[in-house]
Structure formats: structure tokens, C-alpha cells
Design a protein. Structure first.
Ligand code: ADP
Length: 554
């Protein structure tokens, strides 16, 4: 812009200068011509007086200077004298306009191109008293000749004018542009240098306020969106039509294992996954995609939906739900059902087998007692199994409507121990309880189930003359229950698995002692409901210690 203004000012200055020069030259030319004419008239009048007085002798030794020329013509047009050429060589001058005028009116004047001297001349003629005519002429300068004559001063003036206009144009251009460069666009209305700019600046100010308002609105919406999506457990990713990430929430970053600089990047460079590629492709072609996929060892329900606007896909929404627990629960339920059927079938088969034999009279009378005892034992096992199953399903289903109340763990342990004392004594075991009264918020039936199953196991899997020690005490903010036995112990490889449903280290031993394989599952489940932890220390053929730590308050 500065250049343009500079150029314009410079050209205008130059044009003004050239125009002024032309005008001055025109005026000068007119002035010089007038002065020349006046001088010529005066010279002619002087010559007229000289000739009138001296006649032809006037021209004797006559000297004329400069561009002047004098011609004396007789009344018939013959040249009597000419200061340039001999009169005899000159043609008749009667046809000359000024001569004719002088002969007729006494004086004549004309300006024309002279063939004899090859230049434009001004002629003044006067008739003398004897009828002859004297004519003075002077070569007239053309404008160009004048210009040529003044070329030096003109050139100097021109150079000065050009330099001056260059400097002025440059300064002026900078001066004009400076306020424009200095315009503070953040505060457009404070710039008051040019009135002409005010409408534009007002417009900029309006636009800026609008933009600020819009960006505030956008930021607010983004904050709302971020607040909404950041707390979601589900992964949510918004992609544009090319698959570049527009928005990704915290959960999705964690699931896909990406960092916080993933916005703007192509999703498949952020998370390389075959199913993700499929999902993206399907959604980009306008189809919905839904599949359970495995990402980093966990199961996710991956949903990809196209965002369609004006008939074409303008984006893709990816949703990732963690369904690992759900799938595991389904799997466990399936296994549990299969196990239950299997566990129930065995005693039922035994019962029906013995009963059939007895019904068909195939059992000897002395074996009847043994057979009925087996039927009784198997039936009892079934009852215990069914009771445990019912117990577990209650735990599975009624987690939400549990009634917590303050219980004394020591008192409950005492109740359990006393209930089991006959069984312990029958097995030749010492059963002891130690500790202190600890109150905690718990569901009494569940605490009973924990105490009962741990103590029963300690009795069942003990050795003759062994010992079972139950202890209850408070440790910081936890109520601790330990059940220690001097039994057969649990091999290290099974220690993690004994809490699984129907898992038994030694199936026949478990059956022999009336186990169902569900006792420790009930313990684990009930402990979880209370936020309690169950730990185990066990050494084969030495004994086991189960420790349950209950938080005292919920
Ligand atoms: P079960 O009804 O078979 O006792 P549990 O779930 O109570 O079922 O226990 C699972 C398995 O853990 C048992 O079969 C047994 O092998 C082992 N077990 C549990 N408690 C003890 C213990 N105190 N000492 C040794 N083994 C034990």
C-alpha cells in the first residue's frame, strides 16, 4: 500500500510539474513573441525614418545584427535592397502579404515560413513617402527552440523537482500509511486518526464482539460436553468423515491407551486395531457396526454409528462399553448351571440306583441298613448342596436390599463356635475362641455364613487331635477374624482357586466330609458385600489360617 501511495503521489507530482512546465513555456513563448514583434515594429519605424532621410545611401555600409533582415522594395515589387541576398537575385515581392498590405494601407504585417531563409519569420512592412516599401523581418523561435535554449535550467529544475517529489512522496506515503499500520484491531473504536475508516472500524468492532460472543458460547458448550463426557465410564470418540479425531473422552483414551495429544490425528494411527478399522469402514459407508472386541485383555462392546447430514456421512461416533464383568458373569453363570446339574446328578443317580436295587429285592436283608444309610447320606448331601446354591443365589440377587446393622463379631463367633463344638469334639478336635468384642456394621446372616463355613472347613479338613483357633480383634479401623487350623493345609497352586464355585482340592475327601465346594464362594461373596478382604496362609500338612478384615463402619 505504501508503494502504491508513493507511486501515485510521485506520478501526480511529476504530471503537475510537466503541466506547469508546458503552461509556463506557452506563456513565455507568447510573451517573447510579443516582445519580438514590438521590437521589430520599433526597428522598422527607425529604418523608415533613416531611408526617408537618407534614401539609398541609408544602406551604404549597412550592418544588421542578429536574426534581423531588412528588405527595401519598390512600388512595383522589385527588391531594391536585401540585407541577406543581392536584390537582383530576389523575386518580385508584390505577392508578399505584408508588402501588399503596406502598399495598400501604409503598413503590413505577416508571419510565415520563408523559403529563402528556410525558417518561420515575422514581417513588418511600412510604405515610404516615395511609394517604396521597407520591410523588416526577424526569425521567430519555435517552442522547441525556446525549450532547447532553456534546456539546462529546465533540466536542473526537473532533477530538483524529481528528487523533491521522490522524498516528499516517500514521506507522505509513510505518513498516510502509519496510522493504518498502527490501528489497534483489538480496540478498533479507539483509533480516531481517519474519519473515513470509522465505518470500517465500527464494523470490525461489531464483528469482533460477535466473534467473542460466539467463541464464549462455543467454549461453554465445549466445557459442558467435556464435563458430560469426562465422567462417563464408556469410551466416546467423535471422528470426522475422514476418521480424524474431533473429540475423545478420558475413558476412551484409557481404553485405547492413547495420550492427550490425539485430537486431530487419524484414529487408526492412534489405536491400531483390526476391529476398529472394520468399524470405521462400516460407519464411513453409512452402516452401523456393533461387536464385542478384545482390547488389552478386556472385552468391550464397540459401536460405530455414522453421522449423516445432507445425505452423506459427515462423521462417525465410536462408543466403547466395558463388558468384561458382564461377560465373565455370564460365563460363570453358564459354568455354574453346568456344575449344579452335574453335582446334583451324582447323588441323585446314587439314590435312584440304591432305591431301585432295594425295590427289586436285590439287596440282602443284612445290607439294607448300609444301603439306606447311603441313600440318607446322598440325600443329605443334596439338601446341603441345594441349601448352599439357594444361599449363593440369594447373595447374587439381593445385594441391593441388604439390611446392615451393628453386630458384635466376637459374640457371633462365640455362637458359631458353640454350635460347632459337638462336631469338633466328635472329630476329636480342640476348638477355641479368643479375642475381644468388636462392633461393626454388617448383615448378620452373612457374617454367620462366613464364620460357619470357615469354622466347618477348619474342622472338616483337620487331623485327629488337631486344633481350631478362632480369634476376633480390632485393628485400627478394621474388625479382624482369623480361623486357624492344624489341618491338611492347601497346596500353593490351589490357594487362589479354592474360592471358585465347586472347586475342591481333593474331591473325594470333600465328598467324604460332606463338602459341596460352595462354602468358600459364599465366604468370598459375603465378604465382598461388606467390603471385607479374605486372605489365606497355608502350609501343606501343617495347617491353614483364613483372615477376614471387615471395615468397622460402612
Ligand atoms: P467344600 O464344601 O468342598 O469344603 P469349600 O468351598 O468350603 O468347599 O472349600 C473348597 C476347597 O478348599 C475344599 O474342598 C478343600 O479342598 C479346600 N479347603 C477349604 N478349607 C480348607 C482348610 N481349612 N484346610 C484345607 N483345605 C481347605
Amino acid at each position: 500500500m505504501t508503494k502504491r501511495i508513493f507511486r501515485s503521489i510521485f506520478l501526480v507530482a511529476l504530471a503537475v510539474f510537466v503541466a506547469s512546465l508546458t503552461l509556463v513555456m506557452g506563456v513565455l513563448y507568447a510573451h517573447f513573441s510579443e516582445v519580438q514583434r514590438d521590437q521589430l515594429i520599433m526597428q522598422t519605424d527607425l529604418a523608415v525614418q533613416g531611408i526617408e532621410h537618407e534614401g539609398a545611401a541609408y544602406f551604404k555600409d549597412f550592418r544588421i545584427t542578429g536574426d534581423y533582415r531588412i528588405t527595401w522594395v519598390s512600388a512595383d515589387g522589385a527588391v531594391l535592397y536585401d540585407s541577406r541576398l543581392p536584390g537582383s537575385e530576389m523575386p518580385n515581392h508584390l505577392d508578399r502579404e505584408e508588402i501588399r498590405e503596406a502598399l495598400e494601407n501604409g503598413s503590413g504585417e505577416s508571419a510565415r515560413y520563408s523559403d529563402s531563409v528556410m525558417q518561420r519569420s515575422l514581417y513588418i512592412a511600412r510604405r515610404l513617402s516615395d511609394g517604396t516599401v521597407v520591410r523588416l523581418s526577424v526569425a521567430q523561435y519555435s517552442v522547441w527552440m525556446l525549450l532547447l535554449g532553456m534546456i539546462q535550467p529546465i533540466a536542473i529544475v526537473m532533477i530538483v523537482a524529481v528528487v523533491l517529489s521522490l522524498v516528499l512522496a516517500s514521506r507522505l506515503a509513510k505518513h498516510i500509511v502509519k496510522p493504518l499500520n498502527d490501528v489497534d484491531l483489538d480496540k478498533p473504536l479507539l483509533n480516531e486518526e481517519y474519519d473515513e475508516l470509522k465505518p470500517l472500524l465500527r464494523r470490525i468492532d461489531d464483528q469482533q464482539r460477535l466473534l467473542k460472543q460466539q467463541s464464549r458460547d462455543l467454549q461453554r458448550r465445549k466445557d459442558e460436553w467435556d464435563a458430560l463426557t469426562s465422567d462417563m465410564n464408556e469410551g466416546l470418540v467423535l471422528l470426522n468423515e475422514k476418521g480424524n479425531i474431533l473429540s475423545i473422552n478420558h475413558a476412551a483414551k484409557t481404553i485405547l491407551g492413547t495420550n492427550r495429544h490425539s485430537v486431530g490425528r487419524y484414529i487408526l494411527t492412534v489405536a491400531r486395531h483390526l476391529d476398529l478399522e472394520d468399524a470405521l469402514y462400516q460407519a464411513q459407508t453409512g452402516k452401523h457396526f456393533s461387536k464385542v472386541v478384545n482390547i488389552s485383555g478386556r472385552e468391550f462392546q464397540l459401536d460405530a454409528s455414522p453421522v449423516v447430514s445432507h445425505g452423506s456421512v459427515s462423521g462417525v461416533v465410536l462408543l466403547l462399553f466395558d463388558v468384561t464383568e458382564q461377560r465373565q458373569a455370564e460365563q460363570m453363570r453358564r459354568e455354574f448351571t453346568a456344575n449344579v446339574s452335574h453335582e446334583l446328578k451324582t447323588p441323585l443317580h446314587a439314590i435312584s440306583g440304591y432305591a431301585e436295587l432295594m425295590k427289586n429285592g436285590l439287596v440282602k436283608p443284612e445290607d439294607i441298613d448300609r444301603f439306606s444309610d447311603r441313600i440318607y447320606t446322598e440325600a443329605h448331601r443334596m439338601i446341603r448342596l441345594i441349601e448352599d446354591i439357594i444361599h449363593l443365589s440369594h447373595l447374587d440377587e439381593s445385594v441391593s436390599d441388604l439390611h446392615f446393622e451393628t453386630v458384635d463379631l466376637f459374640a457371633m463367633a462365640q455362637e458359631t463356635v458353640e454350635g460347632l463344638r459337638p462336631q469338633a469334639e466328635a472329630a476329636g478336635l480342640t476348638l477355641e475362641l479368643a479375642g475381644e468384642s468388636v462392633a461393626l456394621s454388617a448383615v448378620p446372616q452373612m457374617v454367620s455364613a462366613i464364620l460357619f463355613n470357615l469354622c466347618v472347613n477348619a474342622i472338616k479338613y483337620n487331623r485327629p487331635s488337631g486344633r481350631v483357633s478362632v480369634r476376633v480383634y480390632a485393628d485400627n479401623k478394621t474388625a479382624v477374624l482369623t480361623v486357624e487350623d492344624t489341618g491338611i493345609g492347601i497346596p500353593p497352586e490351589s490357594q487362589n482357586r479354592i474360592f471358585e464355585r465347586f472347586y475342591r482340592v481333593d474331591k473325594s475327601r470333600s465328598k467324604e466330609v460332606g463338602g459341596t465346594g460352595l462354602g468358600l464362594s459364599i465366604v468370598k461373596h459375603a465378604a465382598q458385600v461388606h467390603g471385607a478382604t479374605v486372605s489365606l496362609e497355608s502350609e501343606l500338612n501343617v495347617g491353614s489360617t483364613f483372615t477376614v478384615r471387615f471395615p468397622i463402619s460402612r
